[in-house]
Write a protein that binds this ligand. Sequence first.
Ligand SMILES: C[S@@+](CC[C@H](N)C(=O)[O-])C[C@H]1O[C@@H](n2cnc3c(N)ncnc32)[C@H](O)[C@@H]1O
Length: 320
Amino acid sequence: MKPLPLYTTEHGKAYLADALDFMPTMPDSSVSLIFTSPPYALHFKKEYGNVNQGDYIAWFLKFARHYHRLLRDDGSFVLDIGGAWKPGQPTRSLYHFELLIALCREVGFHLAQEFFWYNPGKLPSPAEWVTVRKIRVKDAVECVWWLSKTPWPKANNQQVLNEYSPDMKRLLEKGYRAKVRPSGHIITKKFKDRGGSIPSNIFICGNNDANGHYMERCNAEGIKPHPARFPHQLPSFFVRFLTDPGDLVLDPFAGSNTTGQVCEQESRKWIAIERDEGYLKASQFRFEPDAPAMVAGGPIEGHEREEGPIREEGGSTPVV
Ligand SMILES: C[S@@+](CC[C@H](N)C(=O)[O-])C[C@H]1O[C@@H](n2cnc3c(N)ncnc32)[C@H](O)[C@@H]1O
């Protein structure tokens, strides 16, 4: 039986549940987008629990088989996942690449496109390899795998155009002589203002929401904020790129429900599933009437992880 939502909004419902128990209550082919960030396979565990690298693929595929069933044929599953270091040595785990391959080969997803999120604000870590022995550099990029149920998911890059750069604006004003670029690309006379530039597959996010409404309200109520929120620009980009108003978006590892807040603002229906009551209760702050609207963004500047390496997912050695 489906539990009652912990709270509802105009467009969404937030459920306190284990996603593996909840998803079987949802109908097949009912979801347009699953956007989520699960606990990563970390050596040093977060407070909400992490699965070991060796067990990770089998653990995650149990969720992924539900995602595949729940998605419409034109639906997408977008997974924000960080890498990890192998315990005790300065080499990287392959788990998130192995997961990608398993999602395609074993569950039947297609890799529509890979994206990367570069967080310039990450602190150097693991300390032993980066700052003590100085044999590695900062790990500041997370993978965002855009997967689809068929090779033809609904998508429209016109819904996520970036503002033109000053150089581009100047060119548009002064005009451009048609020519073949050194790369071989032919720039034709059709070169004209198309309302903005098509984004690339990399997000560059700073750190600009430490004082956002959710944080302020957590602080005011003496509640510890969720320790691994992603920047709202990530779900915002994919929600606008891959769905239309009225479509249903699911975040099955909802945490502080950043995805739900974005969907509410973009008039998408949403379902959030989170098994930790404290996180889900605090996520209601995001929907208070005086919570300011978040600024939509493409590959981007600005994010809301407040304290340097909020998802310090790579630590395989103690910080020295
Ligand atoms: C990385 S956090 C997600 C943070 C979220 N993206 C945000 O911006 O706040 C992963 C969340 O998944 C939750 N979680 C882990 N296993 C779960 C499960 N089986 N069902 C539902 N939630 C789960 C954890 O409690 C944690 O809050």
